[in-house]
Design a protein around this ligand. Sequence first.
Ligand code: KIV
Length: 288
Amino acid sequence: MSAPAAARPLTLGDLAAKKDAGEPIVMVTAYDHPSARIAEDAGVDMVLVGDSAAMTVLGHSSTVPVTIDEMLMLTRAVRRGLSAPLLVGDLPFGSYEASDELAVATAQRFVKEAGCDLVKIERGGTTVDRARAIAAAGIPVVGHVGLTPQSATSLGGYRAQGRTADAALALIDDALALQDAGCAVLVIEAVPAEVTALLVQRLRIPVIGIGAGADTDGQVLVWHDLLGITDGPTAKFVKRYADLRGAALAAVGDYAREVRSGAYPAPEHTYAMPAEELTRLEDLLAAR
Ligand code: KIV
């Protein structure tokens, strides 16, 4: 059974209402127009154009190299495919950290040039001030704590965070500070479920988890992971709901075999010329 499509553009008030009602918020990433159309028709609540695009669609080995212009191009394509879900743009590494002015200017580009409803920034610490500045400029902000891929090197790699009491306390403090700074939503990534439960009890804003257990107000997964488009190992928390890589590989393999055997194109894939025009063409060529 497919989920009913949302009837009208969702608002932050709808997210708050879902949290209050205990109705899980569904978020996926997307990076292009066809994916956005599918997310829309599947009835998801929020679509994130994540800087994971650096890895999933641009072929980088981390999220760090993706540029503002690349993110804006992908985000605009997603915007054109969405009407009901809230669109979240991910501010890439280096586009917001240095100052409040830089953070606000970048966030404004994502709203003005790509039509984002919210923007997402990573980490606590100095990011708390950037979140406050962006929120004060009237742009809803999504905070992101736990495993924050833009700073994966200083976190010791792509690994679960908050696994000691001290680390978990620091993570909870970052989350509370982001909420106090005006974040509208929080993403929490790769954190023990017990820590998530303690965190969610202490927050008023909706918390969306990825690898953070079941006690959040919603879940997000990366498009390529959930559809099985990526090859190679995935994180422990990924559930593959399809094998699109397998299906695509079989289809392209069939196409290649049919081109090589001459089975494709068949007459039904071929245009024909009216017989009298062909005769005339042959006469014209013969007369040359
Ligand atoms: O970039 C991304 O896709 C993300 C999600 C994993 C939350 O930040």
